[in-house]
Design a protein around this ligand. Structure first.
Ligand code: DON
Length: 315
């Protein structure tokens, strides 16, 4: 059953846009949460920015607020890079290297599974292992391949925030520790610095809330970008990535999230959240005030309100 109209007719488009504007007005005054500052450059974000965008699988985008303001994608990149790894290296190789279990721990936890695999690709250890796999397959071209994949999901060429990249690299010792630990178990092979530079750069790619909505809609549309019509990922990769997003996309809040909101999603410390309702829509939110888990406070409220009002819970 279709939740949103197949194409925007005035009578059906208006309620959705009106809902987005009302939600923006409702949660805009919230001043809970803090802008991430563990990467110094991220601390410069404007805490008041707030954008909400919805893209449907028939290619329409509805948006309100600061949906054109660029910010760094951060951990949201992990979802697309996982899909890219599945398609580039083959599921068998990727699944032998990275688990699909929720970790129940913070995104930057150094703990691995009992068999020394990363828990999943949505936490740093798994994402770094993923970068390692893509580097193994493509060498120094890895970052450009990742940037192209993210751009294909968004439907446009994406830039990198070099100041954030430098800041991530300068303060990234925890990720270095994770990468070296992984290398002792063969979870990454090769040049750790090169792999980490790829990871730091991938986190520093600039997107907007609108881009996130289109990325979400591309996941929802089984790997076909509904705006450009380009096939950007296989059905297998999209379905498995959405599965891991459902169980682990919101860090140690993932259980609460899937229980209450009921959509596969991924957040980033830049303040973005992407969510997807298969066959229907993608949701992109940007608001940099984060809760203790590293999730956007207004983003969570917006997705919860949207899920409740439009009955988007998948289960
Ligand atoms: O590894 C890091 O610390 C960041 N570059 C990515 C973190 C991130 O977005 C996790 N978020 N909630």
């Amino acid at each position: 059953m279709s939740i949103l109209p197949p194409s925007p007719t005035p009578s059906l488009e208006t309620p959705l846009l009106r809902f987005l504007k009302e939600t923006h007005a409702r949660f805009g005054p919230l001043d809970e949460g803090e802008v991430a500052s563990y990467i110094p450059e991220l601390g410069k974000a404007d805490p008041d920015h707030f954008g909400i965008a919805v893209a449907t699988t028939d290619g329409h985008v509805y948006e309100t607020g600061d949906t054109g303001v660029p910010f760094t994608i951060q951990s949201i990149s992990k979802a697309i890079v996982y899909a890219l790894a599945l398609d580039t290296l083959g599921a068998e190789h990727v699944e032998a290297t990275i688990g699909v279990e929720p970790s129940g721990e913070a995104f930057n936890s150094i703990r691995l599974r009992a068999d020394n695999k990363p828990f999943n690709a949505m936490v740093n250890a798994g994402a770094i292992a993923c970068c390692g796999l893509i580097s193994e397959a493509t060498g120094e071209a890895a970052f450009e391949m990742i940037r192209a994949a993210l751009g294909a999901f968004a439907g446009r060429t994406l830039d990198v925030d070099d100041a954030v990249f430098q800041s991530e690299r300068a303060t990234g010792d925890r990720n270095r520790a994770i990468a070296y630990l992984l290398r002792t178990y063969g979870g990454v092979r090769g040049d750790v610095d090169l792999i980490l530079d790829t990871y730091f750069r991938q986190c520093s790619i600039l997107v907007t809330a609108r881009d996130l909505a289109v990325m979400g809609a591309t996941f929802a549309n089984h790997g076909v970008n509904p705006v450009t019509g380009q096939v950007v990922a296989s059905n297998y990769a999209v379905a498995r990535t959405l599965a891991v997003m459902s169980s682990s996309g919101m860090y140690d809040f993932a259980g609460e999230w899937i229980y209450r909101v009921g959509l596969p999603a991924k957040s980033g410390v830049g303040g973005g959240i992407v969510a997807a309702l298969p066959s229907q829509l993608g949701l992109g939110i940007f608001s940099p005030r984060l809760d203790a888990h590293g999730n956007s406070v207004r983003g969570i409220r917006t997705c919860a309100a949207m899920s409740e009002s439009f009955d988007l819970h998948m289960l």
